[in-house]
Design a protein around this ligand. Structure first.
Ligand SMILES: [Zn+2]
Length: 995
């Protein structure tokens, strides 16, 4: 078993006992905090519709067992013989050795020791001011023992030799000679265990538990520390000195996703109004009021948690403190109770009068867009995104989220060699087109009617969007003038700011700022290629910077016709700098990809979006910000980040270094402040507060590593280097980083082990798999890869949140032919979706006749083995679909059938659509031997030798060898770029089993 589930699930202490009750209503804490809390994770509306009919299940279950079993290798994971054969084929490894694993009794709570919690009798902790307040975090503070302190966890580290404890969760793998692939740490298993656990448990943010692993849905209970959805530290117990941090090899970083979507059952972020005075802040360092600031002198002094400055409390904010030093009104003050809050801010935080968000659709109407069906799909997608809610039956209270916020305005512009504006004024049956032909000096040809209320002008908008695909079919200009079109949009939004959704179907080769085919396919991994990863185009750079200043962000939807070059580096620079996103459809085929495009347009329009944003991260004295990674503009080092628009799917990485020594008796604090205008037109600051303990010597640090945050920071760092360093050097530095961290652990923190064992720290067990996934990603992999795809991949990781990154580096794979009858339906008692377990990403798992759903967060593939059962095909796709050839290659949705299997897979797809980043969970068929997309499937099996790099097993052997060399002082570093590292020797290897 991977450690995660057993680690928490078998928890012996009272807190978890209580939480283990799947019905949250029994959790007095949850009940009190969230009177409306749903029983457990929200049941998705679609999940229950089929499972409720027991007869249906029964019939299907009987029917299932005969035909499907006969086809493949059966339900067992794999016959040993078959696996040996495949594994030997893939890695040349003998896999017969018995595993060596040290799995002693685990430390129950390896999470950060935020200070010596006073021992108190275990019992259900009652919610009380003391339980949630700063007192908990102040070491030795007398009030820490007050009333409702969360119970100390029995068996927690206080009385145990800490060195012993650290060893308890380790994973030891013998890598000498023989490795059993079954026994090496599994991402799939670890995710599954966490997913099951968090279907039954709330994540409390102040109770010293590691954040749930990425790609795991969970409900967080904000107790003063921000939810991991918004912020994740790489380590939750920080070493007091930079030397101690260096001994771990780990980065000290924070991944922030300020608008991360919340799940049903989670408390929305409160919006607080402090009137003309604005929210209280530290006079010295400008930190905003938060739960970790303390009150002294009877409530007259406010002590800053960052710089310790004792501020005077403004009279309008005064409240007396009780005997324990806690403000008497604290329970009524969300800013003193919750880790993430928003403040509306007064005029001095504005540069202009904020208005509700304006959306401008800029639609490419050139030849390729028309011929490929792209234009048609775009117009339909926009219509759906704007008006689809009207056809959906929803209870009154949930329609709000489907509409644009009140007051939002939309405008439509089309472009080819000219730019066409439309007057959409309400009352017009037909929109009036105004053509702007001055590409050198673009202007907006109409003063009124460009931005309209989508409801009031529904007739004009609908008529226009329905007409556009045909309107230009007689003209068919081949070359779009993209930069002039963007420059025409700029003045249209300059006064207000807003969001542009721009589509493009081919390399924009017309007018000022025309681009040309820079990528001639030569000069792989040279300085010349590196220039293709960035843009030196002054026009695009200037426009992008001007847009950020004006508070404008751009999402691109780019389809490259026939897989041709579109210069994503230059075009995508505009979204990279403005905080937008690049949705890229290499080799767009309609109708196969239309559904995905439309769902993603809808997500772009409906996800939470703020604009004209400024961001700053503050941290405790002794630490300083080293760098930010993400989509934004930073004029000079140390300046605030300027962001045109920021949405729910964007994350920013921050790294820190020491400018002194931290006091191990105090905690370390972080506050991210995002000043922005909401889509409803309110100027606000979102404050995200994070606390961590501090320790001497870093032993406690190793217990509190957040693997997903570490991987995310390394991925963001590497992605930002793509135009500076060679890909080979970047791969080598990822390798070095992996070895540094694991060798650091072995050298400084692990107990004694036989030299033949690779010893992995409990919370970094799958770390090496993720870094291998990173080396294999399109951004960094060796061999040939179109530069458009490399740049797109690198920018994706630079701005993605931890879930999207995690899935991108290691996909989740479901075996559809082995589903149990109860899988993918809501459990009748818990109302939770019963999720089938996921498989390791290796061809060794593929069964003859099998059907697999593979999801890397970007695309979903439905891979079907050539010998798949006819019955299964008919159950899944309908009568008459009994062979792979009967299926429509452009299928992207399942038909709605009465069969059990069909309902299961539809439920699973719906679930997947809720647990991902910005991309839609619409699938593409990958039929063995028929569809080109099966090469993509092969690419995603990242445990195998592919993508010009080793198999997972070989990689661990390689890493282990380097660790042994490090320990014996003979390690040869790989990051000089001169050495022939193992990875560069594998450039010509191809996976043999795909031919
Ligand atoms: Zn301060």
């Amino acid at each position: 078993m991977a450690g995660y589930g057993s680690h928490y699930g078998a928890g012996a202490d009272q807190q978890y006992q209580m939480n283990q009750d799947p019905r949250y209503n029994n959790d007095p804490r949850a009940q009190q905090q969230y009177p409306g809390l749903q029983p457990s994770i929200s049941p998705q509306p679609g999940y229950q519709q089929y499972g409720t009919d027991p007869n249906n299940q029964q019939v299907y279950a009987n029917a299932q067992h005969t035909p499907y079993q006969g086809q493949g290798a059966g339900q067992s994971p794999q016959q040993p013989d078959a696996m040996n054969g495949l594994a030997a084929q893939m890695g040349g490894l003998d896999v017969s050795a018995a595993p060596v694993r040290s799995h002693r009794k685990k430390e129950r709570h390896a999470y950060h020791d935020l200070g010596p919690t006073p021992a108190s009798a275990p019992g259900p902790p009652a919610p009380s001011p003391g339980a949630l307040g700063p007192s908990q975090f102040l070491h030795g503070a007398p009030q820490a023992g007050s009333g409702g302190e969360p119970a100390a966890q029995p068996g927690q580290n206080t009385f145990v030799n800490s060195a012993d404890q650290l060893r308890m969760g380790e994973e030891a793998v013998t890598t000498q000679g023989r490795v059993n692939p079954e026994q090496i740490p599994s991402v799939a298993r670890s995710r599954d265990a966490a997913t099951v656990f968090y279907q039954q448990h709330v994540y409390p943010t102040m109770e010293k538990h590691l954040p749930p692993s990425a790609a795991t849905p969970f409900i967080a209970h904000d107790q003063g520390n921000a939810s991991p959805k918004f912020a994740r530290l790489t380590v939750n117990n920080i070493p007091s000195t930079s030397e101690s941090l260096a001994s771990t090899g780990l980065p000290l970083g924070l991944v922030l996703q300020p608008f991360a979507a919340l799940q049903e059952g989670e408390q929305p972020v409160p919006v607080l109004d402090f009137g003309e005075g604005g929210p209280p802040r530290c006079r010295r360092c400008r930190t905003y009021i938060n739960p970790f600031m303390t009150f002294r002198a009877g409530g007259n002094k406010l002590v800053c948690n960052m710089c310790n400055f004792p501020n005077d409390v403004p009279p309008e904010y005064f409240a007396p403190t009780d005997a324990a030093g806690v403000r008497v009104d604290r329970m009524q003050r969300p800013e003193l109770m919750m880790g993430t809050v928003e403040f509306t801010v007064p005029k001095e935080y504005q540069t202009r009068e904020p208005v509700p968000l304006r959306w401008l659709f800029m639609i490419d109407i050139t030849q390729e867009a028309i011929n490929r069906g792209f234009l048609d799909a775009v117009c339909k997608g926009i219509l759906d995104a704007l008006y689809e809610h009207e056809s959906v039956e929803e209870p009154d209270d949930s329609t709000v989220s489907l509409k644009l916020p009140a007051g939002a305005r939309i405008g439509i512009v089309t472009y080819d060699k000219e730019v066409q504006f439309y007057n959409l004024t309400a009352g017009l049956d037909v929109a009036q087109m105004m053509v702007m032909t001055d590409l050198e000096d673009p202007f907006v040809p109409l003063a009124e009617g460009l931005f309209v209320d989508p409801e009031e002008s529904k007739t004009a908008i609908t008529t226009l969007l329905k007409a556009i695909p045909n309107m230009f079919s007689m003209v068919k200009n081949p070359e779009p003038a993209l930069l002039p079109a963007l420059n025409a949009a700029l003045p249209a939004l300059a006064a207000t700011g807003g969001k542009i959704i721009c589509t493009l179907s081919t390399l924009p080769t017309w007018g000022p700022g025309r681009l040309h085919l820079r990528d001639d396919g030569k000069g792989r991994d040279t300085d010349a290629e590196r220039r293709l990863f960035t843009t030196e185009h002054p026009g695009f750079k200037k426009t992008a910077a001007a847009m950020v200043t004006a508070g404008i962000g751009v999402d691109f939807f780019v389809a490259s016709a026939g897989g041709g070059y579109v210069d994503i580096a230059t075009i995508g620079h505009v979204s990279r700098l403005t905080g937008g996103e690049m949705f890229f459809y290499p080799n767009f085929v309609s109708p196969r990809d239309s559904h995905k495009l439309q769902l993603e347009l809808k997500n772009s329009l409906r996800r939470e979006t703020g604009y004209q944003a400024l961001m700053k991260v503050r941290c405790s004295t002794g630490l300083q910000v080293t760098a930010y990674y993400g989509s934004f503009l930073q004029h000079t080092f140390g300046a605030d980040l300027e962001i045109g628009t920021i949405d729910a799917d964007k994350a920013i990485g921050v790294t820190f270094s020491y400018d002194g020594k931290l006091d191990a008796k105090l905690d370390a604090h972080f506050q991210a402040a995002l000043l922005y205008t909401s889509a409803t037109g309110q100027r606000r600051v979102r404050c995200i507060n994070v606390v961590a303990a501090v320790n001497e010597g870093a032993t406690d640090t190793m217990r509190t590593v957040d693997q997903d945050a570490v991987v995310s920071i390394i991925a963001k760092e590497a992605s930002s280097k793509i135009s500076e360093k060679s890909l080979k050097d970047i791969r080598a530095s990822i390798t070095e980083r992996t070895i540094d961290i694991l060798a650091g652990y072995r050298k400084n923190f692990s107990g004694s082990h036989p030299p033949g064992q690779l010893v992995l720290p409990e919370h970094l067990k799958e770390f090496a798999m993720y870094t291998l996934g990173l080396i294999k990603s399109r951004a960094f992999k060796g061999g040939v890869e179109p530069t458009d795809r490399r740049v797109h991949s690198a920018r994706l990781m630079r701005s993605a949140g931890v879930t999207e990154t995690s899935l991108y580096l290691y996909p989740r794979i479901y075996s559809l032919h082995n589903l149990n009858p109860e899988d993918c339906f809501a459990n009748a008692e818990t109302m939770q979706l019963v999720l089938p377990s996921t498989l390791r990403a290796s061809f060794a798992r593929v069964e003859e006749g099998g059907v697999y759903l593979v999801d890397n967060g970007q695309i979903v593939l439905l891979w079907l083995h050539a010998q798949v059962s006819h019955n299964l095909l008919e159950d899944l796709f309908g009568e008459g679909k009994s062979s792979l050839q009967d299926l429509d290659a452009s299928m992207n949705e399942l038909p709605v059938l009465e069969t059990h299997l069909n309902a299961q897979v539809r439920n699973l797809l719906q679930y997947l659509s809720t647990v991902r980043g910005s991309k839609a969970a619409s699938f593409t068929l990958a039929r063995q031997g028929l569809d080109g997309s099966e090469f993509e499937y092969a690419r995603m099996l990242v445990e195998d030798r592919n993508n010009e790099a080793q198999s997972y097993v070989d990689w661990l052997v390689h890493v282990h060898r380097a660790i042994q060399q490090e320990l014996s002082g003979q390690r040869k570093k790989e990051d000089t770029g001169d050495n022939d590292g193992i990875l560069s020797n594998l450039t010509s290897l191809k996976a043999p089993y795909w031919t």
